[in-house]
Design a protein around this ligand. Structure first.
Ligand code: GLU
Length: 420
């Protein structure tokens, strides 16, 4: 298993980051190994009847990194490139994220290798329900609580809720988060990740004594996270000059009309062809001058090749794992980029998921204002603690954020002891 996981470049990256943190913390060798490897790696085959009558077999994975601090928490991703190594890396990052944010969860992640853009809604429903059915023995409100991630949304969560609840013979909203409001989803959950990214950007701008209003941003990725980050930054008065997605990239030096862009994407499926800006190469977009660069898509887009050419003051990692360790080293060496590391930057999603789970367990609901103000408090506290930790320990933001998370998990494992 160790060899299989390390054969994947994303897992290798998460493991490399972990090793660096473990060295920094001088973790005891025994607890170090326990923290590094996932507790459960589950793969299921998923036969699905396609619209043309064929039976296609997909593979779905769920990795539960550890259960030492509470149930496992993390998203379920639908993407053609999903494999077990990537899912295991994302599960490991969820650990450190939950611990850093002080949430009572271990990290988990799920993924199904499929292309939802090429599937009908019916095919997606059958695939999601089959996965929920196969994974049901391994999930539950006190065991593993899934949520949306790349390629999934509230509708997928509703199908999982329905499948699980039908199996249990009762309504179990607390088995899943990021679900529709009418199924006891939480106010604010849909926009939480992007909202949190934009909020932290304003905190970072303030730390750098830069004005919020009129500062400029570029966003790579216009899915749930990227589009809400854009909308919220726009509300703060931050000018979004460039946006890219799978269809291409658009640029307007005077700032894009983000409402019009949103409508264009809803009609055309992507940002390409947006009349309010000019087309630009997606790789080139990352190198344009701006105050804030927000990678909000997949892993490993800031690399050894482009890290030295970035032209931003703040790198706000809305995606999980967008910066490779080599690029990290270059950015640290440069010293002119304020990094908001992924485990903090995109933690708004899982934090409101935690609020959703708490509301469900109490059969009670909070207003949107309550949710967002609780979210801001949590993010602000984690942000200030991180800056303080980095100042005390004289380390970069990536190392500081991961070290805070890893340290808590290691302490918990140490205190609980090793059984038998
Ligand atoms: N998929 C999101 C993440 O990567 C949210 C997870 C959750 O809400 O449990 O953080």
């Amino acid at each position: 298993m160790k060899k299989d996981l390390l054969g994947n470049s994303v897992f290798q990256m998460a493991a490399e980051q972990f090793d660096r943190v473990a060295d920094f913390l001088e973790l005891d060798e025994r607890v170090r190994e326990r923290c590094k490897w996932p507790k459960r790696v589950i793969t299921v085959s998923l036969p699905v009847t396609m619209d043309d009558g064929r039976t296609e077999v997909f593979f779905g994975h769920r990795v539960q990194h550890h259960l030492s601090r509470g149930p496992v928490k993390g998203g379920l991703r639908f993407h053609p490139n999903v494999d077990v190594g990537e899912v295991a890396a994302l599960a490991m990052w969820m650990n450190w994220k939950c611990a850093l944010m002080g949430l009572p969860f271990g990290g988990g992640k799920g993924g199904i290798a499929c292309d939802p853009r090429a599937m009908s809604l019916g095919e997606q429903e059958r695939l999601t329900r089959r996965f929920a059915q196969e994974i049901s023995p391994f999930i539950g409100p006190e065991i593993d609580v899934m949520a949306p991630d790349v390629g999934t949304n509230a509708q997928h969560m509703a199908w999982i809720l329905d499948t699980y609840s039908t199996r249990e013979g009762r309504f179990v909203p607390e088995v899943i988060t990021g679900k529709p409001l009418e199924l006891q989803g939480s106010q604010g959950r849909n926009e939480a990740t992007g909202y949190g990214v934009a909020f932290l950007v304003t905190q970072a701008l303030q730390k750098l004594s830069l004005p919020i209003e009129g500062s400029s941003a570029i966003v790579q990725g216009f899915g749930n996270v990227g589009s809400h980050a854009v909308a919220t930054m726009n509300r703060y008065g931050i000018q979004v000059r460039g946006v890219s997605d799978i269809s291409g990239a658009v640029w307007n030096a005077q700032g894009l009309d983000t409402d019009a862009l949103q409508k264009h994407v809803a009609h055309n499926g992507g940002v390409a062809g947006f009349p309010g800006g000019e087309a630009i190469d997606s790789e080139e977009l990352l190198l344009q001058r701006c105050d804030v660069l927000v990678p909000a898509a997949l892993e490993r887009v800031i690399t050894q090749e482009n890290a030295s050419k970035l032209n931003c003051r703040i790198l706000a990692e809305a995606a999980n794992g967008p910066t490779t360790p080599c690029a990290d080293a270059i950015i640290e060496e440069r010293g002119d980029i304020f990094l908001i590391p992924d485990v903090l930057c995109n933690a708004g999603g899982v934090t409101v998921s935690y609020f959703e789970w708490v509301q469900n367990l109490q059969r009670f609901s909070w207003t949107k204002q309550e949710v967002l103000s609780k979210l801001e408090n949590k993010l602000n506290e984690a942000f200030e603690n991180l800056l303080e930790f980095c100042h005390q320990r004289q380390c970069g933001h990536r190392l500081g954020a991961l070290a805070t998370g890893v340290d808590l998990v290691a302490q918990v494992k140490q205190t609980r002891g090793l059984f038998p």
